[in-house]
Design a protein around this ligand. Structure first.
Ligand code: PTJ
Length: 252
């Protein structure tokens, strides 16, 4: 049995939105964008999304606003893209990078040159002009073994603020200990990534990135002092605890 084609799903199906995402994910696997483990990661995400009622919670909105403030205050923001992100939200990532004047860098857990090329094509088809991640002269971030430590000298290496959706725990930790502010999107509030990052948005990437774009538009009008107030008023641990309580509250 294969995944449903996007066009086969009737829009009035009660699980239309979820099936649409699955179709995108399966399609990305077939075109070599998504790692096989990306299918499993998506399924895990779906389970947690159920527990938050498949909607952006007040806590997630707070984290999104804080992430937007960090990105606007950044000297050198970078958006790190993996297979799942390229499969689900390529156009939104390109739009967000444009608004922030941020670089886009492909960083893969399951790195192959074929996947890099496939993801680069998806991003360029979505409007990206310049995509980092496949240079001949990469640098390494300390605290990780190659090739996962590999970063672009004009990308993550130079960044002060990095948006890394669906990141792996080790790398989030390494980025933080290299002095970077790490903003992540992870539906699992118990993951090491969630616990280690500077700001964790516990929401589906598909919803979170759209809200993030709106928040950047809104916060762009603010003074830096107001943005600093937003950043300083945020407590990631408290927000994660709230997300867990929210999920528990939805259990029978
Ligand atoms: O493309 P690559 O090679 O970099 O590989 C990417 C994956 C995601 C396969 C790799 O980083 C991985 O194995 O990640 P994990 O450890 O499975 O973690 C993925 C996390 O993302 C899990 O905690 C999921 O709950 C969460 N997740 C999955 N889909 C979504 C999500 N969070 C937000 N939005 C989603 N759509």
């Amino acid at each position: 049995m294969t995944g449903k084609d996007l066009h086969d799903i009737p829009p009035n199906h009660p699980r239309y939105e979820s099936l649409k995402l699955r179709a995108k994910i399966v399609d990305a696997y077939k075109t070599g964008v998504l790692a096989d483990s990306g299918l499993i990661a998506h399924g895990r995400g779906e389970a947690f999304d159920y527990l938050i009622g498949e909607k952006t919670t007040a806590g997630a909105k707070r984290a999104i606003e804080t992430a937007a403030a960090y990105l606007l205050l950044a000297d050198y923001p970078v958006i790190s893209v993996n297979g799942n992100t390229a499969a689900l939200v390529p156009r939104e990532i390109v739009a967000l990078a444009g608004k922030l004047n941020a670089r886009i860098e492909i960083n893969l857990f399951y790195r192959t040159s074929k996947r890099l090329k496939a993801i680069e094509k998806v991003l360029k088809d979505a409007g990206a002009v310049d995509v980092l991640g496949d240079e001949d002269n990469p640098l390494n971030i300390s605290g990780l073994e190659s090739p996962r430590s590999r970063v672009s000298r004009d990308g993550v290496y130079k960044a002060d603020v990095v948006l890394v959706p669906l990141e792996d725990g080790d790398r989030a930790e390494a980025l933080v200990s290299n002095g970077k502010k790490v903003l992540t999107v992870d539906l699992n509030p118990l993951s090491r990534t969630a616990k280690t990052s500077t700001v964790t948005i516990v929401d589906n990437l598909v919803r979170a990135v759209t809200h993030l774009i709106s928040s950047v538009d809104r916060l762009k009008e603010m003074e830096n002092s107001q943005l600093h107030n937003i950043v300083n008023g945020f407590d990631n641990k408290k927000n994660l605890d709230e997300a867990l309580r929210y999920m528990k509250g939805n259990l029978p």
